[in-house]
Design a binder for this molecule. Sequence first.
Ligand code: ADP
Ligand code: ZN
Length: 712
Amino acid sequence: MISEVCDISVIGCRVKVPFGRQQKIGLILEVTKTSTIPKSKIKKCTEIIDEKPIFSEATLWLVSFASRYYLHPIGRVVAAAMPSHLRKGKPTVNFIEKLHLTNKGKVIKAESIIKNAPKQAALINYLQKKGPVTVDILDDLSIDWRVQKNSLSNKGWIKVTKALSSNDESPILSRPTKGPNLNSEQKKAVNIINNSLEFQTFLVDGVTGSGKTEVYLQLILNVIKKNKQCLILVPEIGLTSQFIKRIIARIGIKPAMIHSALTERERFTAWQAIKNSKSNLILGTRSAIFAPTENLGIIIVDEENDVSYKQQDGFRYSARDLAIAKGSYHNIPVVLGSATPSIESLYRCTQKKYKRLVLEKRAGRAKLPSMHLIDVTKEYMPDGLSQKLIKIIKKHLKNNGQVLIYINRRGFAPTLICKSCNHVAQCPRCDSRMTVYQSKKLLTCHHCGSSRSYTHECNLCGAEYAALGQGTQRIEEALKKNFANISIKRIDSDSTRLKGSMDDALTLAITGKAKILVGTQMISKGHHFPSLSLVAVINADQGLFSMDFRGSERLAQNLIQVSGRAGREEQKGQVLIQTEYPDHPFWGALFDGGYKEVAKQTIKEREEASWPPFSNLILIRASSHRKDFTWDFLNTANEIIVSNKFDGINILGPVSSPMEKKAGRFRGQLLLHCENRKPLHQQIALLFKKIERKKCTHRVKWSIDVDPIELF
Ligand code: ADP
Ligand code: ZN
């Protein structure tokens, strides 16, 4: 921005700028007195919205770092870092809007307008019963008021008032409650981190139940005591409710929470509380990394290996990796924690970039569960449960234990196949089979969401169809047949779609009212089900033959996480894994050496094949409704990259994506690999310049993924 009047004090403020016929909201990033753009082309800002910057120097630094690192336009990064209220140019203070009835409105009979204007009648009726009410309450009750408000006030029946929200409730909820006395490993970890007065990344590498959360709690208390802010990142809010409740109860402070389930207003209120340092306890998912923490004392990233820290579309950033950047800017400790740390983080410990703090044993009295394979090579089991497994489930139920059956696939079966001609029901829009929902007689594609009904006769030859393989619903049915009087609860994204249903399901699981749980990854991580004694894994084999170099890492992480649900209190836990490949070397590594051994072997493999963390990757993806458009773009990109002649960059592709057609679009990709990061970034910057104006670029959707974690 160029102006004679502006000085740097406006950096970080929002402005209104003319954009065609519209006004757009912008954020001032820099002030300069010169420009190469001719003066006639430069437009004037029409308004500076904020009196004080809404982005501090630290937040500006983080967005500009993220933009450069992830090669994503700064404007989009800034937008992602702002609550939508601010993006729309609304003031940074909260106004509370209230609806009141006028004298005329108080006497109007709702029934008299119900026929022509039922929604207005409902609103009048509500206000007559309850008196003046804030729009938040109406929103919470899903009462439709926005459109009705104008017509009712035009009729002179209601009036709307706006007042400044005071928003100064005390953040103190209760006295912090005392936890257990830490054991020596925990104490050591807490002391080392508390004594670190500058930036350092720590990896708290502790088996499930080893007391990592207790370590975090002590660190948080220490930072709060110094009146500084703690930023705690969790993978997914719905899956971490127990963890969050425990932190809040123990610290006794009302947290500011930032996650995707918030309404716009809630998100904005949390943003304000953080910005004004009203709350020193900040809890959130990925996007909370951009919270306007001005007075940060520590960042904690729980379950640091979780894939949900990486945004998989649009601005593809890793919140875990940005946490480290943010910590270094603020010069504070960053604590990564996991029972199954990512290979990247473990490797950085061996390089002494991170400091590893190990918790070897389960805290308290609980022991780690025992783990065994069930060889199902010789058994015919269309509904997925082996005889041996059924026997052991019975034993656990008899001893009053709870059982979790883990199968990472929802629906009844993944495939509908004709018994005679082997025709398989395919999604018309994707290169994918359709999942069978037998009770609803539906086939649904889990990739594009399309669905259709089916009959029992094959479309092609008229013979009978059969459902092949298992999903959660089939396992649930099979269990019902085998355990008629036992309460069984299925927990997957199909069964928990309704608001509150996840909480209800978790209550059944935690109280032990549900004796057998069947679930997907949704219940495999983080939860504490006190009476759970047996975990059975139904189809782990899928993971043994993954095309992705991260396949074995992921499989081991999933298995250890779900195993960690067993035997968390008095009863010793048992874990059973059904496999058709009992001799696969992966099992040897996992059973003999645990996650540590799998990690060690994986690091070796990655080094030999020069995969990350021994190299860096950038993935270019493109898609279009026409295959030739996709390829035209990828081939052009490839030619440009080759012509740029950077040493040391390997180009893998272009190739079709593993699932080439998805939701009607043809997808392809180009993977760039290099030992060093810098040439990769320079290469992409050049590519942007050269490819932007080409025709082929405008016919595809394309994206850049720096440090991709899925290679398709
Ligand atoms: P993690 O986060 O590593 O899974 P938690 O912190 O949740 O482990 O601890 C697991 C269980 O052990 C919890 O019930 C916790 O209260 C208990 N616990 C943790 N540390 C101790 C300790 N030092 N002494 C006794 N019990 C502990
Ligand atoms: Zn589909």
